[in-house]
Design a protein around this ligand. Structure first.
Ligand SMILES: [Fe+2]
Length: 219
C-alpha cells in the first residue's frame, strides 16, 4: 500500500470503536492528498464501477486532505460550483462547493453510479422515491424517503434502485462544505424534478472550473 503524501496532526480522521463500558480504541485514518486519491482511483478496473460497494469502501478508507483540494475550490454566493478534478472514459471526479444554505435541485443521475464524500464540512442527502414520471411530458410524482448525513467518515453511494435525491448544506450547520463526487460513467445532462409542482425536465450540466482553471462560459 502506498504511503499517504501528507501526514499532519489535523489531517486525520478518528473513528472510535467502543470495546466495552470502560475502554475504547481509536483508529486513525490518515488523510491523503487529492492527487493521491485520484491516482488510486485510476488504478481500479472498469468492473469496480459496475456496482457500488467497492468504490464506496475506497472513499471510506481514503479520506481526502482538505488543504490539497485548494486548487479546485471556487465559491459563488448565488449557486454551488462544480469543479472537475479528473475525468476518464470510465468516470469523472468532481468537487462541489456549497455555501451555507445552498442545495441542489432534486435530480437523477442518468442511470449512472455515483459516490459522494464530504472532506470539508458536512451535508445532507435527501432521497426521494418516484411514484410516477413521464419525462417527455414533464410530469412526475415524488415522495421524500430517507435522509443521510454525508461526512468524511460516512461517504455514500446513490442507490441505483432509488437514484433521485438532492444534496443540502443546511443553514443550521452554519459552515461551508465541499463534497467529492465520482460519477461513472460521466454524464452531462440529468433530469431535475420539482416534487411540490409534480414537474420534471432535462437540464445540461456545466463545470465552473476544469483541472483548476475557470471555464470561461461559466462566468
Ligand atoms: Fe447527485
Amino acid at each position: 500500500m502506498d504511503q499517504p503524501t501528507r501526514t499532519t496532526a489535523t489531517a486525520r480522521v478518528y473513528s472510535i470503536f467502543c470495546l466495552g463500558h470502560s475502554m475504547c480504541a481509536v483508529a486513525v485514518r490518515t488523510r491523503v492528498a487529492i492527487n493521491e486519491f485520484a491516482r488510486k482511483l485510476r488504478a481500479f478496473p472498469a468492473t469496480s464501477f459496475d456496482t457500488t460497494e467497492e468504490i464506496r469502501r475506497f472513499l471510506a478508507g481514503t479520506p481526502v486532505d482538505e488543504a490539497s483540494l485548494a486548487p479546485y475550490l471556487t465559491w459563488d454566493r448565488q449557486h454551488y460550483t462544480r469543479n472537475l478534478i479528473d475525468r476518464t472514459d470510465l468516470y469523472e471526479l468532481i468537487a462541489i462547493c456549497w455555501e451555507v444554505g445552498q442545495f441542489s435541485s432534486v435530480h437523477n443521475h442518468r442511470d449512472q453510479n455515483c459516490w459522494m464524500a464530504a472532506p470539508i464540512g458536512k451535508l445532507v442527502v435527501e432521497n426521494f422515491s418516484v411514484g410516477f414520471q413521464d419525462i417527455e411530458a414533464g410530469n412526475c410524482r415524488l415522495e421524500a424517503s430517507n435522509r443521510v448525513e454525508l461526512t468524511v467518515e460516512n461517504p455514500c453511494a446513490v442507490d441505483p434502485r432509488e437514484p433521485v435525491h438532492r444534496v443540502v448544506n443546511p443553514r443550521e450547520f452554519n459552515q461551508r462544505a465541499v463534497s467529492l463526487h465520482v460519477y461513472s460513467r460521466p454524464f452531462d445532462t440529468c433530469v431535475v424534478y420539482s416534487p411540490e409542482q409534480g414537474t420534471c425536465g432535462e437540464i445540461q450540466l456545466h463545470y465552473n472550473t476544469m483541472y483548476g482553471k475557470t471555464v470561461p462560459s461559466s462566468q
